[in-house]
Write a protein that binds this ligand. Structure first.
Ligand code: FAD
Length: 473
């Protein structure tokens, strides 16, 4: 496992291929770096190691749990708890789950494809896994293709590059072309894991492609944007001020991938299964991170109510109960998904489809409602709060502090800090990204319904209705 410094050194050694704000740049100072650094730190911190480390199923060594292939229900439970704990610590997305979820999905599908087709993907993937675990690699998942016309399939697009595809097969590897959108934290990842985004027809085999490439490979161009919390003067800085996150529009401009890093190349039916399984693992990760986001919003709501003198009001208490019901129902479903998980032939533990998807659906549906609850309890000040510079200003600071005061016994500084944090969470560019991530991360909402309906036994419920109604046919 690596220290934060070792991780940063590795990023520094990567070639500059980040296109951002008019420059071509390297990875230093990228918004969100501290979040990935935290995933290294937590694995080295004895207080958290019972959650943040695991025993590698291939080497028996202790590894970062974000690089582990889940072997048991216990592993899934620990990943979920680790995700909640780590997300709470950074106050938002913990970012390293995408690579973890993609690797777990690949462990299952490469094995199944080999069994069905006599291919050699699993052995290759196992070799890559050894590097992934031994070198404590930070990875991201590039799944969402740019997709062009949503009403047309990959093979029917005017431009076939709208979905990442194989454009050449060589004796030593393949050449891929296309672009993946919304690629979270890609500039902070050493390896990009690319997988298909949807079910594919037999005639769409060129789009059934999965592989891993170093993020600075020739032809890989990361077109990046980011969001940051507002910076503050040092005396009023919070844990996160000035920090942020980033996503990439990741372009594969005829990228060569050697065979040893290719994990699917043309087996269309397994492309769709891989897409679905990544989403399943990612939705299970959401059962850890989304309750943590609710914890963060709920904590702020409870604190601001206390500072404002409204904590005992019935409507405030009932809103806090709403937060609790969202957090713990989603978390509870994640636990159920682990308890009801099954073991794939590869030996990887796969969470239950229905519990993962109902959790993600419940979380997504309530997301804007939770912001609504916090906005209601906080009043309008998060939107209009004076800047930290005026709070500390020699000219107006004293007056700003006098008029910010609320209940006795709470300093103006603490009231300012509380409101500034709520403002960061709800009225910033970071807030906007978090909200969209809460709706679309892991797939747009309809995908949850499709997964639930594709798995759930509604026929059995109809039989129940017939039994109770006395219908015999
Ligand atoms: C902040 C953030 C971070 C993300 N991080 C990652 C990441 O790290 N890696 C990654 O791979 N992805 C990531 N995603 C992508 C996420 O999975 C997608 O946003 C999601 O799958 C929706 O795809 P889209 O954005 O292209 O929207 P669209 O697919 O355009 O969806 C918009 C609407 O159109 C509907 N629609 C689209 N196609 C059809 C169709 N054929 N039939 C009927 N309805 C249709 C959808 O259901 C939806 O209602 C991230 C997204 C966000 C917002």
């Amino acid at each position: 496992m690596r220290t934060r410094e070792e991780y940063l050194e590795s990023l520094k050694s990567m070639k500059p291929n980040i296109y951002m704000e008019g420059e071509v740049r390297g990875r230093e100072g990228m918004p969100g770096s501290e979040i990935m650094e935290m995933t290294c730190e937590l694995a080295l911190n004895p207080e958290y190691q019972h959650l943040t480390t695991a025993t590698s199923s291939i080497t028996g060594e202790t590894i970062n749990r974000f690089n582990h292939i889940h072997q048991s229900p216990e592993d899934l439970l620990k990943k979920q708890e680790m995700t909640r704990v780590a997300t709470r610590m950074v106050g938002g997305c913990i970012a390293r789950c995408m690579g973890c979820d993609a690797m777990n999905a690949l462990s299952v599908i490469t094995y199944q494809c080999d069994q069905a087709k006599g291919t050699e993907y699993h052995a290759r993937w196992l070799e890559f896994l050894e590097h992934w675990q031994k070198d404590d690699v930070v990875g991201c998942c590039a799944q969402s293709d740019v997709k062009g016309d949503r009403g047309r399939r990959p093979g029917d697009q005017t431009d076939p590059d709208m979905y990442l595809r194989i454009v050449e097969r060589r004796p030593d590897g393949i050449v891929v072309r296309g672009a993946k959108a919304h690629n979270s934290f890609a500039p902070l990842a050493e390896e990009i894991i690319a997988i298909p985004t949807r079910f594919l027809r037999p005639n769409e085999s060129d789009w059934a492609v999965a592989f891993a490439v170093p993020g600075d490979s020739p032809g890989v161009k990361l077109v990046v944007r980011g969001a940051r919390y507002r910076d503050r003067i040092p005396e009023l800085a919070s844990l996160h001020s000035g920090k942020g996150e980033c996503e990439s529009f990741t372009i594969f401009d005829d990228v060569f991938v050697p065979w040893e890093r290719v994990f699917l190349a043309g087996e269309a039916e397994f492309g769709g299964q891989l897409a679905l399984l990544f989403s399943l693992y990612h939705r299970h990760s959401y059962t850890g991170c989304k309750p943590a986001v609710t914890d963060v919003l709920m904590g702020a709501a409870a604190l601001v109510a206390e500072y404002s003198g409204t904590a005992r009001e019935d409507h405030v208490r009932s809103k806090l109960a709403e937060f609790i019901s969202v957090a713990e129902l989603v978390y509870g479903c994640g636990i159920a998904a682990a308890v009801k998980s099954s073991r794939a032939p590869s030996g990887t533990q796969v969470p239950d489809v229905v519990f993962c998807n109902v959790a993600r659906k419940h979380a997504g549906k309530n997301l804007y409602h939770e912001y609504d609850l916090l906005a209601d309890i906080a009043g309008g000040l998060p939107a209009t709060l004076p800047y930290d510079t005026e709070f500390a200003s020699p000219e107006v600071g004293e007056l700003v502090q006098k008029y910010l005061k609320r209940v006795d016994g709470v300093s103006a500084e603490n009231i300012f800090r509380c409101y500034a944090w709520i403002s960061d969470m709800t009225c910033s560019s970071m807030a906007g990204v978090m909200q969209y991530a809460g709706v679309h991360g892991g797939g747009s909402p309809i995908m949850e319904d499709i997964a639930i309906l594709g798995t759930y036994n509604i026929e059995e419920k109809k039989q129940l209705a017939k039994f109770l109604a006395g219908i015999k046919d």
